[in-house]
Design a protein around this ligand. Structure first.
Ligand code: ATP
Length: 327
């Protein structure tokens, strides 16, 4: 393999807190190692539209603490076609970009894997998604911050729930992965947690809530991941309301506020480590790998393996524990 001279870095798919700290790490590590680094705006769309910008150490100053992504992100349908990828590669080649760092989720990795296989360009993926659902990393960038954001909301809602004797249903992000819901639910002392990975019978939920009400609980909070099988917070609340009249019932959908915000210290350190490791891996001749954190060590996983095993494995023990601790 010829020596890498110019590395392209981009963010793609949903934005996640920590992406900027990661871009900074990629740029500065690349420059330190004598490489040129180019930022690609709006992920794959930017490759097709030639949205390239030369980066230097100062171009990533003061971004370590920012949420979102200064390189912007996009979902690009054209890149899913062979023609779209051919245009992207032609543009990368014209720009002299001979290696890529892709920050995103499994969709981003699928695109990167195809490009690298079709055009033999080295790529390293960095798991950047709040869902924490990528195989090969115990944590993905943004997950910790998003969970803390949800937790802050739960704590605030608990204040009002307890003051008014209310039952709150709080819907959080997670179409396929209940990781945020489970962890924020445990940390927030939720009375019940409904997840996409596990069906919850409404009868069982009502029973649990009744037990709480009869044992003098002044409030109850149910966390619902958006992908859970009863159809989301409004549907669950409606069905519970028909048969449960201990508390006033309210619904809060947290929505996109979960994506933004200042990254936590955990996400910033993770971003630095993964960004740094991605460039070191490329320079060492690695390709088609994802850098991840496993047992507090940075490890490489084959990108195909990481795509094919992407789903978060439900921690049944946490769910069981949470049901006991919230009696
Ligand atoms: P998140 O987990 O936050 O949704 P993601 O990376 O999985 O992030 P996607 O929208 O699934 O987000 O993928 C990002 C982009 O990757 C897509 O818009 C598309 O351009 C590219 N991509 C996804 N799947 C493929 C595919 N099968 N072939 C080629 N490109 C793809």
């Amino acid at each position: 393999m010829s020596e890498i001279k110019k590395i392209g870095v981009f963010t793609s798919g949903g934005d996640a807190p920590g992406m900027n700290a990661c871009i900074r790490a990629v740029v500065r590590t690349g420059i330190f190692l004598g490489k040129e680094v180019v930022g690609i705006y709006q992920g794959y769309q930017g490759m097709i539209d030639k949205k390239f910008i030369n980066m230097d150490a100062r171009s990533v100053r003061n971004i370590i603490q920012l949420g979102g992504t200064v390189l912007k992100t996009a979902r690009c349908a054209e890149f899913r076609t062979p023609e779209g990828r051919a245009t992207a590669y032609k543009n990368l080649k014209e720009e002299g970009i001979d290696a890529l760092v892709a920050i995103g989720g499994d969709g981003t990795f699928t695109g990167a894997e195809l490009l690298s296989r079709e055009y033999d360009i080295p790529i390293i993926g960095i798991p950047g998604t709040i869902d924490n659902d990528l195989y090969g990393s115990d944590f993905t960038l943004g997950y910790d911050t998003a969970t803390n954001t949800v937790l802050e909301a739960i704590d605030k809602i608990r204040d009002t729930a307890a003051s008014h004797d209310r039952l709150f249903f709080i819907e959080v992000m997670g179409r396929d992965s209940g990781c945020i819901a489970l962890h924020a639910g445990v940390a927030g002392g939720a009375e019940a947690i409904l997840l996409p990975e596990k069906e919850t019978a409404i009868d069982d939920l009502i029973l649990k809530l009744e037990e709480g009400a009869l044992s003098n609980k002044s409030s109850s909070i149910v966390i619902i991941a958006e992908g859970e099988k009863n159809g989301g917070a409004y549907n669950v609340a409606k069905r519970v309301k028909e048969r449960f009249n201990f508390y006033d019932i309210k619904v809060t959908i947290l929505g996109h506020l979960q994506r933004g915000g200042t990254p936590s210290s955990f996400d910033r350190v993770l971003a630095c480590r993964l960004g740094y490791a991605s460039v070191k891996a490329l320079v060492a001749g690695e390709s088609r790998k994802m850098v991840g954190l496993r047992g507090n060590l940075i490890q490489l996983t084959d990108i195909v393996e990481s795509i094919n095993n992407h789903s978060y494995k439900l921690e049944e023990d946490l769910l069981e524990m949470s049901a006991i601790l919230s009696i």
